[in-house]
Design a protein around this ligand. Structure first.
Ligand code: FAS
Ligand code: PHB
Length: 391
């Protein structure tokens, strides 16, 4: 097998990259370990920055998002029984964000891949990377019980945090930065009327978040101890705890219902630098992980492949390797901006078990400052709604 770009992973990063490359006349083959149904069964992100919306629209992938997505002028922050406040990024920056589930995006990306006849193999196992320091890299793997080899010009690791591509970087090349948080998020999906706003809550009992997928499907999260299991949280207990973390005025609006999906995810901040070495490039969760507090993970996957597809197009159409050489530095500027924002919002809105009284008081006063200062809200809004992509 031979292609120009070998892509590992058919998540948002891998499928969007193959779509953007196709529009540039660049051939790629996507290798995915899981079945399509398994990939589509994963419930994950829900907020698209305005910049991500622009990338998807420019790529001809926004028709269903425009029909079913829900634009928001901002998000609401509630805390400890006080009045909530609305951070109006639309009014301050003129850039709304959109709630549209990653599952829907994945469906749209698979449909686009089918429409263009994308070479996409599912059930690929044992991928190993070869020759990334030379001019003829390749992937070895098994597929349908056969040992296969894929020769290519470049390999792009879109294989998420646990994939093989980051680990294929030569020893001594990679620098990793990590912070693991002392709690996780328990998330449920329920066929209930969601709140109008994406609403974050800080409470001494813990963080909570109310989001949506459509007018009849809500997505809800609470901070839980790392040792908690899904079976510790029957629906009744979840809803009681969820509502206890919001002010009464908001709790009264929350409609309860049976969960149709329930999962617990640990929280970490992680960045691997550089995001490229030789003929290997990393994009999305393969290179970085953020706590979902800032709704950045999916958006960073989109910005990474926007930059990388542009650099590969320049390499093939203009015989220039300048953008490819700058890809890691360009992508990392946005990655670290989002990593810092997600870390800051996680510290601001969660109850840390080992926090001292001083730290809790300082946290509450930072929330009070954010509530009282439109300048502080503007700084948060521009990060949350998405900084402009670098030209
Ligand atoms: P992905 O992990 O989505 O995709 C990687 C793909 O590579 C997968 O399909 C995997 O099967 C495949 N793969 C892995 N190893 C392979 C191998 N050896 N061979 C072949 N294929 C291989 N982000 C938000 O913005 N908001 C959220 O609320 C949110 N919630 C999340 C909840 C969970 C449980 C998780 C894990 C992530 C969440 N995220 C959230 C982040 C998430 O949306 C990611 O940022 C996004 O999926 C990144 O996309 P990819 O980089 O494509 O990685
Ligand atoms: C979601 O809708 O799943 C969502 C929204 C905001 C976040 C994280 C997840 O910060």
């Amino acid at each position: 097998m031979k292609t120009q770009i070998a892509i590992i992973g058919a998540g948002p990063a891998g499928l969007l990259l193959s779509h953007l490359l196709h529009r540039q006349g660049i051939h790629s083959i996507v290798l995915e370990r899981q079945t399509r149904d398994h990939v589509l069964s994963r419930i994950r992100a829900g907020v698209l920055e305005s910049t991500s919306v622009e990338v998807l629209r420019a790529a001809g992938l926004a028709d269903r998002m425009d029909r079913e997505g829900h634009p928001h002028d901002g998000m609401r922050i509630a805390w400890a029984g006080r009045d909530s406040f609305y951070v109006n990024s639309g009014q301050m920056l003129g850039r709304p964000f959109v709630t549209y589930g990653q599952t829907q995006i994945q469906q749209d990306l698979f449909a686009a891949a089918d429409a263009r006849g994308q070479s996409l193999l599912h059930g690929v196992h044992g991928i190993t990377l070869h020759g990334i320091d030379g001019a003829s890299p390749s992937l070895a793997f098994t597929h349908q019980s056969e040992n296969r080899e894929l020769k290519c010009d470049y390999i792009v690791g879109c294989d998420g945090f646990h994939g093989p591509s980051r680990r294929a970087m030569p020893a001594g090349v990679l620098r990793e930065y990590e912070k693991v948080y002392p709690f996780g998020w328990l998330g449920i999906m329920a066929r209930v009327k969601p709140l109008d706003d994406v609403t974050y809550a800080y409470h001494p009992r813990g963080f909570a978040l109310a989001s949506r997928r459509n007018d009849k499907l809500g997505r809800f999260y609470i901070q839980v101890p790392l040792e908690d299991k899904i079976e510790d949280w029957p629906d009744g207990r979840f809803w009681a705890e969820f509502k206890a973390r919001f002010p009464q005025a908001i709790a009264r609006q929350i409609e309860e219902g049976p969960s149709i999906e329930k999962s617990i995810a640990p929280l970490r901040s992680f960045v691997a630098e550089p995001m490229s070495h030789g003929r290997l490039f990393l994009a999305g969760d393969a290179a970085h992980i953020v706590p979902p507090t800032g709704a950045k993970g999916l958006n960073l996957a989109i910005s990474d492949v926007h930059y990388l597809s542009r650099a590969l197009a320049s390499r093939y159409h203009d015989a220039s390797e300048e953008l490819l050489g700058n890809y890691s530095a360009t992508a990392l500027r946005r990655v670290w901006s989002s990593v810092r924002t997600s870390w800051h919002l996680t510290n601001l809105l969660h109850s840390f078990p080992a926090a001292t009284d001083f730290e809790r008081r300082a946290q509450e006063h930072e929330l009070a400052y954010l509530q009282s200062s439109t300048r502080a809200q503007a700084a948060l809004a521009e990060q949350y709604a998405g900084l402009p992509l670098e030209i």
